[in-house]
Design a protein around this ligand. Structure first.
Ligand SMILES: Nc1nc2c(ncn2[C@@H]2O[C@H](COP(=O)(O)OP(=O)(O)OP(=O)(O)O)[C@@H](O)[C@H]2O)c(=O)[nH]1
Ligand SMILES: [Mg+2]
Length: 684
């Protein structure tokens, strides 16, 4: 079926794990006639949770795309994982939609994940709707959930329908002014509140309304879109994915009131690189150049790479020549697909605002911009930095000789998942994979085994300690070798000075009268730098050091580069042994969000880890936000600790703050361990 841009609705379902997003998506697909029967989560037969691992864990592990047609509208749904570890994967699909539907479990009310997805949707300027699901459980606290939502996210959260008959059905409150009895509040009250909220964004409408005139609901459409777009209205609706209550009403709401791609805030495209970017306007004009954005990449063992795209401008036709980013060479979109969970159906054209997939193109990585003219080179979608991945695991291949295979698999996984980071630490010869939490990394490692056929061993990564000096000192070395023929000669006098924390390394030529000529000076610097990585006392890289070479001697024949590399190295070693080197340890900032009743135990725990509390506050919805600071070496397993303190509800972000001298106990231990290692090397 072909559909125009104005008939498209793109909606991502987000929110806490087990709130029913996947089952609700299934219910919507069923009610909309896209599937003949509802699949079952426990059997892994739903459209969105089709992966064997999803069946095993009974949680969505990745986002899934599907669609249905209702009232002549094409409704694209993206079901996302709610598990806190996988939030990065969920939020990465937001550039594809106009509407974020935040699903809440009626039994548990607002949770931390609710707040995080709500914040992310606001930052992106998305229209929002809240869906309170599982009303069949007839929980008594529904009015409190509405109040909680308004306290936490603002008075703009207003019911647009209400449950009735103990959650057996749902009654519309927008199109109807009065109606049947509801489980709480009333149709008339909810109707009045929502209409008043809508007319507030439109001066002439407001005047008509205040003048006592009846404004027909059709006349409210544009104001409704404006209110959604500006975050002045966040409708709340009620559903049961199991009984189907409220599902038809939700479909009608989506088709009649939620924005089409031209009605929401436009996507934040920019042109240029780095800080030097300018916003660019894209329009849903089907005749303009094609501009599409890759919002998800997955790797299918049979199909290969699948890139999901949102077309933002122009019409993407099968056979088109397309460019990825700033590439000169085009690829041909030989096949373009509409996606229904794991099934893909070939289509001939995709209009602006719609979603599609292209397979087997390796350059299509997450966040890539695809276009059909060089006019759109250097176009990007403005990034919304998310929480950085924090839980690190050092990985090595389990089988000898699998290094390249592991590197290739990692490369592919990184392209799929923007909430992953890989870091190689040469000083420690460690490759560390950072993810959002235990489950995230566990699933990846299982995928690596199942899909990429590489088994890995993991261990807790080492802490990146550093060394520095605490006072200035002089160093000198004369390198002289006279063995038979040509000799080697070089002599270097230098001074080391401590630099302010975070300055790194500086090298300065302070010689006068050319006592060391330029090309030999670079040999001195080379020698000095050879020492930096290995450190002075504990084997960690040296930083915040300035080296000033102030004198030297050359020999007319024997002054070769090697001689000055060696003299520089040894003069530097001479200086740092006198410069009172110390070990520095990384300090991190932590922002912890947790239920308010766990503040006490969290604070005590942070202090026990040599940390300090910088700030704390309580947010509506009984959530505490604690800002703290602690040495990285103490918080590497904080994930587990926080889980234990908060029954799994707490989340935190961690970022590097600065280096500080390590505590004396830590210093002694590290220096002692290094000395022992050196002795062993000497014995061998
Ligand atoms: N009683 C009741 N149970 C529901 C309803 N919707 C979902 N469930 C159940 O809640 C559990 C979680 O449902 P899912 O659809 O997997 O939840 P989800 O939000 O997709 O969870 P994640 O994928 O982990 O984020 C399953 O056991 C469902 O059968 C509902 O409306 N009523
Ligand atoms: Mg799910």
């Amino acid at each position: 079926m072909s559909h125009a841009t104005a008939d498209i609705r793109n909606i991502a379902l987000l929110g806490q794990a087990a709130s029913g997003k996947t089952l609700l998506t299934e219910a919507l697909l069923f009610k909309g006639g896209a599937i003949r029967a509802m699949g079952e989560l426990s059997r892994g037969t739903t459209v969105c949770d089709h992966d064997p691992l999803e069946k095993e864990y009974q949680h969505s592990l990745d986002s899934a795309i599907c669609h249905l047609d209702h009232q002549g509208k094409r409704i694209n749904l993206i079901d996302t994982p709610g598990y806190p570890d996988l939030l990065g994967r969920s939020l990465s699909v937001l550039p594809a939609v106009e509407t974020a539907a935040i699903v809440i479990n009626a039994q548990s009310g607002i949770e931390i994940s609710t707040r995080r997805v709500m914040d992310a949707a606001v930052k992106r300027g998305l229209d929002r709707v809240v869906i309170v699901n599982k009303i069949d459980l007839n929980v008594p606290g529904l009015p409190e959930i509405v109040e909680q939502l308004r306290a936490a996210f603002g008075a703009e959260c207003l019911p647009i329908n209400l449950p009735a008959e103990g959650g057996k059905k749902v009654v519309d409150c927008f199109f109807s002014r009065e109606g049947a009895a509801t489980d709480f509040s009333s149709v008339a009250e909810a109707h009045q509140k929502i209409i008043e909220q809508v007319v507030e964004v439109d001066e002439p409408l407001l005047e008509r309304y205040l003048g006592g005139e009846e404004v027909p609901e059709e006349a409210l459409h544009d104001a409704f879109e404006k209110a959604l777009r500006e975050g002045h209205l966040v409708p709340i609706c009620f559903t049961s994915a199991t009984t189907g209550a409220g599902v038809a009403e939700l479909l009608d709401l989506i088709a009649r009131l939620m924005p089409n791609p031209t009605e929401a805030n436009p996507p934040a495209f920019v042109k240029g690189e780095g800080d030097d970017v300018e916003p660019v306007q894209v329009s849903c004009d089907p005749g303009k150049h094609v501009l599409a954005h890759v919002f998800k990449v997955s790797l299918d063992p049979y199909v290969g790479r699948i890139a999901m795209m949102r077309v933002h401008q122009g019409t993407l036709r099968t056979g088109a020549q397309l460019f990825v980013g700033d590439a000169r060479k085009a690829f041909k979109a030989a096949h373009v697909f509409a996606v229904q969970g794991k099934t893909m159906q070939e289509v001939s054209a995709v209009v602006p605002g719609d979603l599609c997939a292209i397979t087997k193109v390796d350059d299509l990585v997450y966040d890539a911009v695809v276009h059909d003219s060089h006019d759109e080179d250097h176009h990007h979608l403005r990034r919304q930095p998310g929480a950085p991945p924090m839980l690190g695991l050092a990985i090595t291949p389990a089988r000898h000789g699998d290094e390249q295979k592991l590197a290739d698999a990692m490369h592919k996984l990184l392209a799929e998942d923007s909430s992953l980071r890989l870091e190689h630490v040469p000083a420690l010869n460690e490759t560390v994979l950072y993810g959002m939490g235990d489950l995230h990394l566990k699933v990846l490692i299982e995928r690596m085994k199942r899909v990429h056929n590489v088994e890995v061993k993991t261990h807790v990564p080492s802490v990146p300690f550093r060394e520095t000096i605490t006072r200035a000192a002089d160093g000198h070395h004369r390198h002289k070798k006279q063995t038979g023929g040509a000799g080697q000669f070089g002599e270097v006098f230098l001074r080391v000075k401590p630099l302010p924390r975070g300055s790194g390394f500086e090298f300065d030529d302070d010689t006068v009268g050319g006592s060391i000529p330029a090309q030999l000076m670079s040999a001195v610097e080379k020698g000095v730098r050879q020492v930096l990585d290995g450190g002075a006392i504990a084997g960690f890289p040296l930083q915040d050091v300035r080296v000033e070479v102030y004198d030297g001697k050359t020999h007319p024949v024997d002054s070769k580069e090697v001689a000055f590399v060696s003299a520089g190295k040894k003069a530097f070693l001479d200086a740092i042994t006198k410069a009172h080197a110390i070990v520095l340890e990384p300090i991190v900032n932590l922002t912890i969000t947790a239920p308010a009743n766990s503040i006490g135990s969290i604070t005590a725990d942070v202090i026990g880890m040599r940390g300090a509390i910088k700030d704390q506050s309580v947010l509506p919805g009984n959530l505490a936000v604690i800002e703290a600071r602690a040495p990285l070496s103490e918080v590497r397993d904080y994930h587990q600790k926080l889980k234990a303190h908060t029954a799994g509800e707490g989340v935190y972000t961690m970022e590097f703050s600065h280096y500080e001298p390590a505590a004396p106990r830590v210093q002694q231990e590290l220096v002692g361990r290094h000395a022992k290692r050196q002795q062993q090397v000497e014995v061998e």
